[in-house]
Design a protein around this ligand. Structure first.
Ligand code: PEP
Ligand code: CO
Length: 462
């Protein structure tokens, strides 16, 4: 049921808020800028730049997420752990889009429902860190916080927080958006030509046969529908893509938060779908304060340390009027922890009578460091957490409505296992991530196939 606009507006306006309100709260994970005037000059300039997305796209996505919450769509959210400036190029962007398109095709075909495609891109440039400093030998420097803040190279110059990077990040996000929009509008996502989005190595993959069969099936369905309609169906020629990133650097988000004509309230127009990370989801903290005031759909990552009572408070603060599509809870517990930690949280939200979209991130609770210092994730653990998530929601009478993944269209070897059973020695071949290990194309597709198998058996029907 949709809530009348005037009720929404009245509830929000009862709690005064400004884009800068967060500055009165404790803001963790913010870089230290040594020249506040230089930072302010950059923020003033950013505030005059065009937004990266529009309010009507944001509201359309919220409506679409409301349908996912009702069980009529499935959310596929994926992309790099962190984008970096050097990878803002044709090939990386197009390959990432191809993987997301292929995965969504598998999901649409198998789940028999539309998929909401949300990229972790066009702004996923800032990272939370568990330590403020990094020590190598006898040198200690500020941690790398993502290209929006500083450089990854281990020298004092690179690690200094540089406000100019905020402008560069905005520009690269705009270039990425522009290219994605042009590709999608230009027929790249055309269902008549799934071969446009084949990656070179699909041909050699152990999953190729299953994928080809499915593409052939879809091709027939498209021809059948168009024969029936007597004309080409326009919806088959394009696919919607939305953007998301962690709303971490609050100065940056604030500078892109705007009021727009013919709409009440404020929109964070740096992205369609910002999320609050696990390290910044404190109910009393600055990130929650910032996000509660914007009208975008929001996601919050929740991990093993989240308890039922603060979760209820979070839901209340971020979605006081229980607006459908407003709030997605992304749980990331780890394969060994989900059975213990998730059910009490589901019960808390249920007992509060609140509606949320439940989404599983099977990546971040399963990160481990090998003896040689390499950060990796085992496909078996990722798969197990996702399978358990479907079962736990089914047992609790709720529905898993989405997955959140770190993946890339590049042929990397960063996660162990999968169809080709990547081993520790394989990891040395193509390990490129500067932050978390990502699924490669094949592992990502395998996971999409798993969602289809699991969802068919576990989830209650919508
Ligand atoms: C991430 O999504 O890259 C991340 C840091 O996740 P989390 O906040 O869940 O640890
Ligand atoms: Co990550």
């Amino acid at each position: 049921m949709s809530i009348p606009e005037r009720t929404l507006r009245a509830v929000r306006e009862a709690q005064p808020w400004q884009p800068r309100s967060w500055q009165g709260k404790r803001a963790t994970q913010q870089p230290e800028y040594h020249d506040p005037d230089a930072l302010q000059r950059v923020l003033d300039q950013l505030a005059t730049f065009p937004p990266l997305v529009t309010s009507w796209e944001v509201l359309t996505l919220k409506q679409t997420l409301a349908e996912a919450q009702e069980g009529k769509r499935f959310l596929l959210q994926g992309g790099d752990c962190a984008e970096n400036f050097a990878d803002c190029n044709n090939e990386v962007i197009a390959n990432r889009l191809k993987v997301l398109l292929q995965m969504s095709l598998v999901l649409v075909h198998g789940l028999r429902m539309p998929v909401v495609r949300v990229g972790r891109f066009a702004g996923q440039y800032a990272k939370p860190r568990s330590a403020d400093f990094e020590t190598r030998g006898d040198v200690t420097l500020p941690s790398y916080r993502g290209d929006l803040v500083n450089g990854a190279a281990f020298d004092a110059d690179s690690r200094r927080a540089d406000p100019q990077r905020l402008l560069k990040g905005h520009a690269r996000s705009a270039m990425t958006m522009n290219f994605v929009r042009a590709l999608v509008d230009g027929g790249f996502a055309d269902l008549h030509h799934p071969e446009y989005w084949n990656l070179d190595w699909v041909e050699q993959s152990p999953l190729a046969d299953e994928y080809r069969r499915m593409v052939a099936d879809i091709g027939e369905a498209v021809r059948f529908m168009e024969t029936l309609a007597g004309e080409p169906i326009a919806g088959f020629r394009r696919a919607e893509f939305y953007t998301s990133h962690e709303a971490l650097l609050l100065h940056y988000e604030q500078a892109l938060t705007r009021q727009v004509p013919r709409q009440w309230g404020w929109f964070d127009l740096s992205t369609h779908f910002p999320w609050i990370g696990m390290r910044t989801n404190d109910v009393e903290g600055a990130h929650v304060e910032f996000c509660r005031g914007i009208r975008n759909p929001l996601a919050v990552k929740i991990g093993p340390s989240m308890a039922p009572a603060p979760l209820k408070r979070l839901v209340e603060i971020l979605n006081p009027d229980d607006e459908p599509g407003r709030l997605t809870l992304i749980h990331r517990m780890g394969a060994g922890g989900i059975g213990e930690y998730l059910p009490p949280l589901i019960e808390a939200v249920k007992s509060a009578g609140r509606g949320v979209l439940w989404c599983c991130d099977p990546m971040h609770g399963n990160t481990e460091t090998l003896g040689n210092g390499t950060k990796t994730r085992r496909f078996a653990n990722i798969r197990s957490e996702l399978e358990q998530a479907f079962d736990i929601h089914a047992a609790c009478g709720t529905r898993l409505g989405g997955v959140h993944l770190e993946l890339t269209g590049e042929d990397v070897t960063e996660c162990l296992g999968g169809a080709r059973d990547l081993s520790e020695t394989d990891l040395t071949r193509a390990y490129k991530s500067t932050v978390d290990p990502r699924l490669n194309y094949e592992q990502a597709l395998e996971l999409a196939m798993l969602v289809v198998r699991k969802s068919g058996s576990g989830n209650p029907p919508a």
